[in-house]
Ligand binder design. Structure first.
Ligand code: KG4
Ligand code: ZN
Length: 340
């Protein structure tokens, strides 16, 4: 079964064709990320306008890349069995571009649509790597807007068991990056700077908090960490080599909490595996720390390019859920809940 997935929840416009939830026939991503740099954050209006200009070329490229022998878009569409689209959560203007485009394609072609929750879909990047994930599993989705823990009983049954009570881990990376002078390059820039840090290049003493590390819940909190970082930065920013030291400690603080809470959940629910997904799962230090987990838990994380927003995850999720809808019943839902 070939599914055309479409993702437009934020500043990425993505389309992909995935066969049977696992085999990636194509994956195309365009992003307006750089355009937002001057505004110090994503400008929703600009993001949705850019979605509008990227949407059809991205879908076209995904279809031709998947079926290179076909001479027309209509011919490529003959190979598509269903459409899948992110309906939420995300920015309303951006979501609408993907949702309405997909509905139009369904209207013209008569293909069924499978609506997709973008946050849950992040986990399906793992399904494209292996078909043999032992369940039950604890799944951690860490992205720019979400830090959520799920108990997954199978590829289709989840229970939300904890999440952030304020900011997401990705947001702490993003705000930290801006504060430390890395612009809007977010966690990627923090990770790069942190790699350069060694304790002998700076005599700075910096110990950021590990929020909720030892509490009894499976929740996270990153807003106090951001404030602590800011307070220390005001005091110490004029010291030499200070940026790398701050980047290192911020990354250590965030990853310590993510790993500890996920392993705690795995122990409580006595699961067989741990699954990671979302943009922050691209973090190499996070992966290193997870390698040191108790070995009874098998670990699965996606390749770096499938961690951040893409449409492969949307098409793969759709394959395992196959709850098709008439295009009239599909609506963009910015605050779609993840507490399933
Ligand atoms: O999943 P994603 O592409 O978009 C959302 O759904 O939010 O995640 C984006 C987030 C950003 O906060 C970005 O800073 C973070 O993923 N990110 C990273 C890394 N690469 C991207 N965080 C830490 N280390 C990275 N290497
Ligand atoms: Zn995402």
């Amino acid at each position: 079964m070939n599914i055309l997935g479409i993702e437009s929840s934020c500043d990425e416009t993505a389309a992909a064709v995935v066969r049977d939830g696992t085999e990636i026939l194509s994956s195309i991503i365009s992003s307006s990320h750089q355009l937002h740099a001057q505004f110090g954050g994503i400008l929703p209006e600009l993001a949705s306008r850019e979605q509008l200009s990227y949407m059809l070329p991205v879908i076209q490229k995904a279809l031709y890349s998947a079926f290179p022998n076909e001479k027309s878009i209509q011919d490529t569409m003959k190979h598509i069995d269903a459409l899948a689209v992110t309906v939420g959560p995300g920015l309303i203007g951006s979501l609408l571009m993907g949702v309405e485009t997909t509905k139009t394609i369904a209207f013209i072609t008569g293909k069924p649509i499978i609506p997709v929750n973008h946050v849950l879909a992040h986990l399906y990047a793992n399904m494209t790597q292996t078909e043999t994930i032992p369940f039950p599993a604890i799944a951690l989705v860490v992205s720019g807007g979400h830090t959520e823990l799920f108990l997954m009983k199978s590829k289709t049954e989840y229970q939300w068991i904890g999440g952030t009570i304020d900011d997401a881990a990705g947001e702490a990376f993003d705000k930290g990056a801006r504060l430390l002078g890395f612009g809007n390059e977010g966690g990627k820039a923090i990770a790069k700077a942190a790699q350069l840090y060694t304790s002998d290049i700076s005599d700075t003493k910096l110990a950021l908090p590990r929020p909720l590390l030892h509490d009894n819940t499976l929740n996270f909190s990153f807003s106090g960490l951001k404030t602590a970082l800011q307070r220390e930065w005001v005091k110490q920013s004029n010291k030499p080599n200070i940026q790398t030291c701050f980047a290192y400690e911020l990354q250590e603080a965030i990853t310590d909490v993510l790993v500890a809470k996920t392993i705690k959940a795995a122990e409580i629910y006595n699961v067989s595996s741990i699954l990671l997904g979302g943009g922050v799962a691209a973090n190499v230090r996070l992966r290193e720390k997870f390698q040191l987990r108790p070995q009874q838990f098998q670990l699965f994380f996606p390749p770096i390019e499938l961690c951040t927003d893409n449409a492969v995850t949307i098409a793969s999720y759709a394959y395992y859920h196959q709850l098709t809808h008439n295009y009239r019943d599909i609506t963009a839902t910015p605050s779609l809940s993840v507490e399933v």
